[in-house]
Design a protein around this ligand. Structure first.
Ligand SMILES: NC(=O)c1ccc[n+]([C@@H]2O[C@H](COP(=O)([O-])OP(=O)(O)OC[C@H]3O[C@@H](n4cnc5c(N)ncnc54)[C@H](OP(=O)(O)O)[C@@H]3O)[C@@H](O)[C@H]2O)c1
Length: 318
């Protein structure tokens, strides 16, 4: 990571454990019932904001909300049903949010398959590309009126470092399917979406910002327990200790997304990730370069996503 883009750590006053208050604001976290999304929701709930978990599983969402309430006294947290793999269901999810403004959405939910068989959604799209990218692309269209109704709202998209080493010649991995490659493609498409969205928002004169973040490398075995849905045994904790040199837990992996939601100094079009080799540590801005800065590719992926979903999120902001 080039250092000229990073704030001097000694000058950086952002404290991940003392977040600015955000009473009266509302944040939606997709996949907020587990993993990194859970910790994004828990940390945002600590600001006094209303946090909405977008979750396809009501029992898991209930468990996550109970955990947040037990740790954050007076937490304002609720759930809307959300299945990103079913494009026709998204309208109902956004209707359930209610008519109020939305200050930020964190596009966190993601699926990483490892079986060798390629899978498709009911809409006929490759499952990881559909869930991780197309679902969030279309959700942004549905959310646009709520985001526009809030002052200086933000769309925060969670990408991955794996995205930088893949091509997008076959968006939906129809030839020679490899699960890791299909996943990386979905994450690259998401990151290009986040950058392209910001360019389009600026062109439209919108006050909404789009910010891309990535969590580094996050393991459940380095993640503190949140019973009943995540329990780390003492043995697992010990075995994972050496991995902590390079990687981190999901609580820390949430920090970049939380900062991208809350920090007034974060700008649209930026990329934030963990400071130490982009794998672990406190959030820092990273240069946007290489394939992530390919505006022609981003425009091509945008057009393909618009054709596949039938909506163009940028047409609804302004
Ligand atoms: N962990 C890492 O090292 C790492 C590295 C780079 C990027 N990331 C990214 O970080 C994000 C979170 O990862 P994680 O490690 O926290 O994953 P995780 O623990 O597997 O959690 C994924 C979340 O996404 C939800 N989800 C999956 N499919 C969904 C669908 N169709 N509709 C709605 N929600 C759905 C899951 O809900 P259910 O509980 O219902 O399955 C769960 O809440 C992902 O975008 C991932 O690509 C993670």
């Amino acid at each position: 990571m080039s250092s000229h883009h990073s704030p001097d750590p000694a000058q950086d006053r952002w404290d991940v454990h003392r977040l600015p208050p955000a009473e009266g604001r509302t944040f939606l976290v997709t996949g907020g019932n587990a993993g990194i999304g859970y910790f994004v929701a828990e940390q945002l709930a600590g600001t006094g904001a209303t946090v909405v978990l977008g979750s396809r599983d009501s029992a898991k969402a209930e468990a996550a909300m109970a955990s947040i309430r037990s740790r954050v006294p007076g937490a304002r947290v609720r759930r809307v049903p959300l299945d990103l793999a079913d494009l026709s269901s998204l309208k109902a999810s956004v209707d359930a949010l209610g008519p109020h403004g939305l200050d930020a959405v964190v596009h966190n939910a993601g699926v990483l398959l490892d079986e060798p068989q390629r899978r498709e959604t009911g809409d006929g799209h490759e499952l990881m590309f559909a869930t991780n990218h197309l679902g969030h692309f279309a959700l942004t269209w549905w959310l646009a009126p709520l985001l526009t109704a809030a002052p200086a709202s933000r769309v925060v998209t969670i990408g991955s470092f794996t995205a930088k080493s893949v091509d997008l010649d076959d968006l939906q991995s129809t030839h020679g399917y490899q699960p890791k490659r299909a996943y990386a493609r979905s994450k690259l498409a998401q990151m290009l979406f986040g950058f392209e969205l910001d360019r389009r928002l600026r062109a439209a004169g919108s006050s909404t910002l789009s910010v891309v973040v990535h969590p580094g490398g996050a393991l459940d075995s380095l993640t503190p327990s949140r019973p009943p849905f995540h329990v780390r045994t003492a043995g697992a904790r010990l075995r994972a200790l050496p991995l902590g040199v390079l990687l981190q837990g999901k609580e820390a992996a949430a920090w970049s997304a939380v900062r991208a939601v809350l920090d007034p100094s974060v700008r649209g079009g930026q990329l934030w990730g963990p400071r130490v080799l982009g794998m672990r540590g406190l959030p820092a801005p990273e240069p946007v370069r290489g394939i992530l800065a390919d505006t022609e590719l981003a425009a091509r992926v945008w057009a393909a996503s618009r054709d596949l979903t039938g909506v163009d999120p940028s047409s609804r902001f302004g």
